[in-house]
Design a protein around this ligand. Structure first.
Ligand code: NAD
Length: 502
């Protein structure tokens, strides 16, 4: 049996959650609660209220009042900058506690907190980065097109009330990527965390409150997609929906946004390719590609490189190293420093991943390792053995569907043209990596790949770099100027200098 996570619950001071509405922590009017089962042990952790339409309405109205009449949208730039920096400092001070709560939420091992993208430092950096934008959210002054004495300029104004909906896999980082730009731009927010990762987000929100944000600027409603998320995305007083999650829910968000023409930002799934050429450092390419699919979140990562497109000449070398990395994975209690990887988030996802693995085998792919649920001591949790398929064709469901589990599909290719054709034959377009020692080839491939981010011989997350997807991987970007501008409206102002223009 995996050691109980209960002692860590006590150490982290985890208690039942509540909603935050207008600066007050309160239970849901519905009286309903959700009990969270830990993915590694199936133990019940704490519970939190399920916000119904009445609670969501109260939260949205609080955010509306805070936007229409409150001090935050009107605050001096210096005040907003200071607030975001204070939040960043509090996140750093409470980093260990936040990561412990995240492990209680979704079982991401604490050892993975050393990876920048999953660290508290990156969460803090997101707030720091956006603090730097507050006084640079400028419009433009344009030369008058028709000549004459008048001034044409544009102003950036906060978009209004933001409904932010986030997933469970990197709850702290993904929440920060919505709250930081929205707060920097002067918006007010109703946040809905995932029902599978609520407690770390509630603690992050409590730290933001501690930093001194005025009541109503940030409100939190907890609960599942239905009824909580649904009530938020369809609320008429919300001006913008900012969503990170699956393509299926992203579609619902777009449909809900059509009523009232809400602004929308979507960060959705991926089926990202790693293109490994014969002149690459194949061992490193294989170690990193298999690592993104099996270490840490066990492939439950939007940008995981789940399709390894490998030149036929180096396929055996690639498979040997990938299999070795798969063999190094260690599952168990996320608080154990020797544990490298997480279980799947819930039994539903476990069944789905096992189903896709079975489909891979039925469709003729060769299973190199894994493919089964981990048993014995791990039987209580949702663990799947690190899985490697080869001889995969890009038509198979394991090459087309976002598996969201520890499954790497190796697809052989013969030349650049074929590699690009396979890489781009997907409904997604979130990320890709190109592994080659030929810089010209690397740049040719980078130009040809249709994806929001391309890594050359590696990949790393940066809070100030735009991140997002082509095609069905999303709409808009997070990080950098584009992200913060998506929380603003643009107003054009005309100022004639003389009466002749009137
Ligand atoms: P999900 O779409 O099931 O849930 C995401 C959020 O939407 C949760 O808070 C959920 O409660 C809520 N939701 C569900 N139904 C809803 C409804 N009808 N109305 C409103 N809200 C609703 O996704 P998940 O399983 O939490 O996360 C995994 C997905 O997220 C994967 O597809 C992954 O690729 C994607 N993801 C994308 C990025 C990115 O930056 N592109 C980052 C992380 C995860």
């Amino acid at each position: 049996m995996v050691a109980s996570i209960k002692p860590h619950q006590e150490e982290a001071g985890l208690r039942d959650g509540s909603l935050l509405i207008d600066g007050e922590w309160r239970p849901a009017k519905s009286g309903q609660t959700w009990s969270h089962r830990h993915p590694a042990t199936a133990e019940e952790v704490a519970s939190f209220p399920i916000a119904g339409p009445e609670d969501v309405d109260a939260a949205v109205r609080a955010a509306r009042r805070a936007f229409d009449d409150g001090p935050w949208p009107r605050a001096r730039a210096a005040e907003r900058i200071r607030m975001l920096r204070r939040i960043a400092d509090l996140v750093c001070e409470h980093g260990d506690e936040l990561l412990a709560l995240q492990a209680l939420d979704n079982s991401v091992p604490l050892s993975f907190g050393a990876v920048y993208g999953m660290s508290a430092s990156m969460v803090a950096d997101v707030f720091d980065h956006h603090a730097g934008w507050v006084d640079k959210l400028a419009g433009e002054t344009l030369p008058p097109f028709q000549g004459g004495d008048h001034l044409v300029m544009t102003l950036r104004e906060p978009v209004g009330v933001v409904g932010a909906v986030v997933p469970w896999n990197a709850p702290l980082l993904l929440t920060a990527q919505k709250l930081a730009p929205a707060l920097a731009a002067g918006c007010t927010i109703v946040l809905k965390p995932s029902e599978y990762a609520t407690f770390s987000v509630l603690r992050l929100v409590a730290l933001i409150e501690e930093a001194g944000l005025p009541p109503g600027v940030l409100n939190v409603v907890t609960g599942p997609g239905e009824p909580t998320g649904d009530a938020l995305i369809s609320h008429p007083m919300v001006n913008k929906l900012s969503f990170t999650g699956s393509r299926a829910v992203g579609r619902k968000i777009m449909i809900a946004a059509a009523d009232g023409f809400k602004r929308v930002s979507l960060e959705l799934g991926g089926k990202s390719p790693a293109l490994v050429f014969a002149d690459a450092d194949v061992s490193t390419a294989a170690a990193i590609t298999m690592g993104t699919v099996t270490l840490g979140l066990s492939g439950q990562v939007c940008l995981a490189q789940t399709r390894a497109l490998v030149h036929r000449d180096v396929a055996d070398e690639f498979l040997g190293m990938a299999q070795m990395i798969g063999g190094m994975v260690s599952y168990g209690n996320p608080f154990d420093p020797a544990v490298t990887s997480s279980p799947l988030i819930n039994p539903r996802q476990l069944d789905r991943v096992l189903g896709l693995i079975a489909e891979g085998q039925e469709s003729g792919a060769t299973l190199v390792c894994g493919g089964t649920r981990a048993e014995g001591d791990l039987a209580e949790g949702n663990f799947v053995a690190p899985t490697l398929f080869t001889d995969v064709s890009n038509e198979m469901s394991i090459a087309r569907e976002e598996v969201f589990g520890p499954v790497l599909s190796v697809i052989p290719f013969s030349d650049e043209e074929e590699a690009i054709r396979i890489a781009n034959d997907t409904q997604y377009g979130l990320a890709a990596t190109v592994w080659t020692s030929d810089i010209k080839r690397a740049l040719r491939m980078t130009k040809a790949i249709r994806a929001g981010t391309v890594g050359i011989n590696g990949y790393q997350l940066e809070p100030h770099a735009a991140f997002g997807g082509y095609q069905q991987s999303g709409l808009g970007r997070e990080g950098g100027r584009t992200a913060i501008e998506a929380y603003t409206e643009l107003k054009t102002v005309m100022v004639p200098f003389t009466d002749e223009m009137m």
